[in-house]
Design a protein around this ligand. Sequence first.
Ligand SMILES: NC(=O)c1ccc[n+]([C@@H]2O[C@H](COP(=O)([O-])OP(=O)(O)OC[C@H]3O[C@@H](n4cnc5c(N)ncnc54)[C@H](OP(=O)(O)O)[C@@H]3O)[C@@H](O)[C@H]2O)c1
Length: 255
Amino acid sequence: MTEPIFPVELKDQVALVTGASRGIGREVALQLARCGAAVACVARNQELLNQLVEQIQQEGGQAHAWTVDVTNTEQVNQVVDEVVQRWQRLDILVNNAGITRDTLIPRMQDQQWDEVIATNLRGTFLFTRAATRPMMQRRYGRIINISSVSGLRGNKGQSNYSASKAGVIGFTRSVAMELAGRNITVNAVAPGFIETDMTAALGPTFKDEVKKRVPARRLGQVEDVAACVLFLASPAASYITGQVLAVDGGMSVGI
Ligand SMILES: NC(=O)c1ccc[n+]([C@@H]2O[C@H](COP(=O)([O-])OP(=O)(O)OC[C@H]3O[C@@H](n4cnc5c(N)ncnc54)[C@H](OP(=O)(O)O)[C@@H]3O)[C@@H](O)[C@H]2O)c1
């Protein structure tokens, strides 16, 4: 078995990762499996999910793919039921699926607003609600919501995205209060600028400009985010709940 990026023991635990077909979610799923968890890999692209499951199995880990649209209530409830039927429990939920539809406010179409809120915020709500039931039954859970630095501060051209990610933070804090007594922690991770498909289209000049705004003077990698998720998913993080951990090379504290 390949060593995980951060040493966390998750043997016999079951994790579900949304948006596992690419980018941050893919890396998080891979790393959770390397820690010993059985991983439910959720996204819409079946082929990419199958490739991930194959890689995890080749490394000696356990995983299964579910093709799901995170905005669809029936599909979300069904996948959580199937995960529990298959592995008898659900310990870790990573709400990572997310999209951008960037444009300045005078030009923003209803659809651009609605799609971003539906995927980033409603998707997080639907999966959290569904996962809470099996977690409450076993009185254990780790819910990790992927927010963004754009949810901590504003970003021109991202009012829809920023609102969705700030919403994820408010949601995280409230649900953390509701579930703390059941030994379920709920935290958010706020990545800065991470190199994935989501940021690939922005071009080299823009990336050089971004680097100037990052105290660490480099763009983030998917492993930087995955390491933080592993820590929050671990039994060691049991007294941390309702928090937002920025993984941004210092971007949110100033330059
Ligand atoms: N990259 C960054 O710089 C950055 C910074 C801050 C926060 N984030 C956040 O981190 C998360 C992952 O970002 P990323 O950069 O890895 O993005 P990405 O490479 O574009 O991947 C997005 C993932 O979300 C899935 N997804 C999108 N809509 C979905 C839907 N309706 N149902 C199911 N799955 C859906 C995609 O899978 P399918 O297309 O297969 O469905 C894909 O696996 C997002 O929440 C993003 O907002 C990223």
